[in-house]
Design a protein around this ligand. Structure first.
Ligand SMILES: N[C@@H](CCC(=O)N[C@@H](CS)C(=O)NCC(=O)O)C(=O)O
Length: 207
């Protein structure tokens, strides 16, 4: 199995953590040029996004479908809480806001890389959106996690929230000082061997 993505990407880190937890071996292919218009450079992703998992069965686009395929391929019988499982609105909303914040971060980073000024109206809106999501998560994420089944081995919500929080710091998108509850959560999660095995880093030296 081959995973196309980047070690600096939060959407890529989610399946990398799942692969370690599920003990599924994957070969990692860092994507060199994010400005490439060739889907082949993204493992065949037609929308030019990462991550993509390539298996004998075909290509799997997106972090959640990839994690599901890794779970199906695993010989471990882990108890995993998936996004559709949460029985309470707070957990459902937490997942939605984590997904939204991650996508908003991509917009901010790509906009900055393309030279969009920070006071550009769209960048301003993206930042306000991210701050709104983060404030909500700071207040509610721990309560949301508390609604998950206590017997779970892993949940998509916790893995994706961890990848979001560490990524904000890694890419210096937001300071984490205003978010003590999220920092404490990330600190706890970072002790897992799957988190330690997948640190954010840049795969290629800056051009
Ligand atoms: N829904 C997708 C989102 C994928 C996504 O936005 N990936 C970002 C990287 S973290 C990306 O490809 N960014 C490069 C770009 O947008 O050109 C998923 O869950 O994997």
């Amino acid at each position: 199995m081959q995973l196309y993505g980047r070690s600096s990407s939060h959407f890529t880190r989610i399946p990398r953590i799942f692969a370690v937890e599920l003990e599924v071996a994957i070969a990692f292919h860092p994507i060199r040029d994010l400005m490439s218009g060739d889907p082949g450079d993204y493992g065949g992703h037609p929308a030019l996004k990462m991550p993509t998992l390539v298996t004998g069965a075909g290509q799997w686009f997106g972090s959640l479908p990839i994690c599901r395929e890794l779970a199906r391929c695993s010989e471990l019988n882990l108890d995993i809480s998936w996004p559709e499982d949460p029985p309470r609105p707070v957990a459902s909303n937490a997942q939605e806001l984590v997904n939204t914040a991650m996508a908003t971060e991509v917009g901010l980073i790509m906009g900055k890389a393309a030279g969009a000024p920070a006071d550009n109206a769209h960048q301003v809106k993206l930042r306000a959106s991210l701050l709104g999501a983060m404030d909500w998560l700071e207040t509610n994420a721990v309560r949301a996690i508390d609604t998950l089944p206590p017997e779970r081995d892993l949940s998509f919500l916790e893995v994706s929230l961890f990848c979001l929080v560490e990524h904000l710091q890694f890419r210096e998108v937001l300071p984490l000082e205003p978010y003590p509850a999220l920092r404490a959560f990330a600190q706890r999660f970072s002790a897992r061997s799957s988190a330690r095995a997948t640190p954010y880093q840049f795969d290629f030296p800056a051009a």
